[in-house]
Design a binder for this molecule. Structure first.
Ligand code: SF4
Ligand code: SF4
Length: 82
């Protein structure tokens, strides 16, 4: 999963760019739900939120490191949930 750090300026451009609806407004800044973020694997070659973020405040989450295989499995689960 990726993670939004506190440089986020709440511009909201990342939320609609996410193919997995993983991004939402949190208590202070935007947040990524690690249960829904596939790092865009299965959708795009590059993480879309990182591409659109104007302040480069989205980084890999050091607490949720996943392999390509795990990210694809997550995508499968999301698709099953509909
Ligand atoms: Fe959504 Fe992709 Fe960003 Fe993860 S990396 S939050 S799936 S846009
Ligand atoms: Fe925050 Fe970047 Fe998303 Fe804008 S695009 S809300 S600055 S994480």
């Amino acid at each position: 999963s990726l993670k939004i750090n506190d440089l986020c300026v709440n511009c909201d451009v990342c939320e609609p760019a996410c193919p997995n609806q993983a991004i939402s407004m949190g208590p202070e800044i935007y947040i990524i739900d690690p249960a829904r973020c596939t790092e865009c694997v299965g959708h795009f070659d590059e993480p879309q939120c990182v591409m659109v973020c104007p302040v480069e405040c989205i980084d890999p989450d050091p607490d949720v490191v996943e392999t390509q295989e795990q990210l694809l499995s997550k995508l499968e689960r999301l698709r099953e949930q509909g």
